[in-house]
Design a protein around this ligand. Structure first.
Ligand code: 3PG
Length: 409
């Protein structure tokens, strides 16, 4: 089987290394200031630090936002934050592969770090292509001759077959960075031969991917249970034929989630014991929480959380689990009336001795707010890439690294 090369397999002293990271961060649309720099810190404290300490000339490639979006900003701020994280100067040049960038790369000394401009300022960057096709772009043709090695540390962007993700792997020796390595290792632990029982907890408001993930993990005997909450729970209840009441059914229609119902129904017929849906929910009546059992449905009030009986039923399953994946909160945890479901279920996961993996922006925020992050075995910073991985899709960035490793062997 193809294996990736890591930083342990390559010489770094005096080498010019192009390292692709995922610095994509939330940005205030008005002030254009970065609101959270978790990703910059993660790459900085691991891969970038190691490359610099081992004497490489480090050239950082990254994207931020997409052209036309309010979070599409230059990487100057990211370079400044990286400097603070590392406690040493980090250079920045507002160019990706022109003369300015090339001269800055050529003048790097061992251990120095240079951040290039947002790679998405190059229009061709986001075009989908194979490594060989992308190797023919001006981007790769200009930078590859100046480099000895390509390192991909951007697991969170590895689902994009973009130039800076796959193009360099066709022409340069290529290795995975430490974050890429860590993400793949943790994900393999739950997706390839997970210790059983294995439980997937799916919640949150973005329910679109819940059917495909459930289908993949159940039909490949990865998950023993799928526990549903949040809007995901609502769609699964609707697929069971439960009428959730007008405000809730209208919401599912508006979000175009009812299209998932036939597929979920079929899956539930196939795995009746393995998919769990809420037995009670919490609705909002005059700004207050009121718990309603599913048998009492329909309700005329919006559902904002799972109920206490559901938390208890899910907790029993979680207590027995040896592997747990959690993606999405159980309700509107930001509101103290509706935090109980998320607190109960996430708290149980945090107290469990099982290997636990959490991912997704809202899941991370909820864990942080509840003070539970440090009790989760691995918290992934990836969004879309994690979802695609959980659906069993091959990530182009990872496939390209494997191919490059095979070429070397
Ligand atoms: C992410 O934040 O999920 C990655 O950086 C990918 O960003 P994209 O969805 O704009 O390609």
């Amino acid at each position: 089987m193809s294996k990736l090369l890591t930083l342990d397999d390559v010489a770094l002293e005096g080498k010019t290394v192009l390292v692709r990271v995922d610095f994509n961060s939330p940005v205030d649309p008005e002030t254009k200031k970065i609101l959270d720099y978790t990703r910059i810190k993660r790459h900085g404290e691991t891969t970038i630090k190691e490359l610099a300490e081992k004497g490489a000339k480090v050239v950082v490639l990254a994207h931020q936002g997409r052209k036309g979006d309010p979070d599409f900003i230059p990487l100057k701020q990211h370079a400044e934050i990286l400097g603070k994280v590392l406690g040493k100067p980090v250079k920045y040049v507002d160019d990706v592969f022109g003369e300015k960038a090339k001269n800055a790369i050529k003048s790097l000394k061992n251990g120095e770090i240079l951040v290039l401009e947002n790679v998405r300022t190059f229009d061709g960057e986001t075009k989908k292509g194979t490594p060989e096709e992308h190797a023919e772009t001006e981007f790769v043709k200009n930078l590859a001759p100046l480099a000895d090695l390509f390192v991909n540390d951007a697991f969170a962007a590895a689902h994009r077959a973009h130039v800076s993700i796959v193009g360099f792997t066709a022409v340069l020796p290529s290795a995975a960075g430490r974050i890429m390595e860590r993400e793949l290792k943790s994900l393999s632990r739950v997706l390839e031969n997970p210790e059983k029982p294995c439980v997937f907890v799916l919640g949150g408001a973005k329910a679109d991917d819940s059917l495909e993930i459930s289908r993949y993990v159940l039909s490949n005997n990865i998950a023993d249970y799928v526990l549903t909450g949040g809007v995901v729970g609502h769609v699964f209840l609707a697929a069971k034929g439960v009428n959730l009441g007008k405000p809730n059914m209208d919401f599912l229609e508006k979000k175009e989630l009812m299209g998932l119902v036939p597929g979920i129904k079929e899956l539930m017929q196939k795995y009746p014991e393995n998919i769990k849906t809420p037995v009670d929910v919490a609705v909002e009546v005059d700004g207050k929480r009121k718990e309603v059992s599913v048998e009492e449905m329909p309700v005329d009030y919006p559902i904002f959380d799972i109920g206490a009986k559901t938390v208890e039923a899910y907790a029993k399953i979680i207590r027995n689990a040896k592997s747990i994946v959690v993606s999405g909160p159980m309700g509107v945890y930001e509101n103290s009336e509706f935090v109980h479901g998320t607190k109960g279920v996430f708290g149980e996961i945090a107290n469990s001795k099982a290997f636990s993996l959490a991912g997704g922006g809202h899941t991370i925020a909820a864990l942080q707010e509840l003070g539970l992050s440090s009790k989760i075995s691995y918290v992934s910073t990836a969004g879309g890439a994690l979802i695609e991985f959980l659906m069993g899709k091959k990530l182009p960035g990872v496939a390209a690294l494997k191919k490059a490793a095979d070429r070397k062997a």
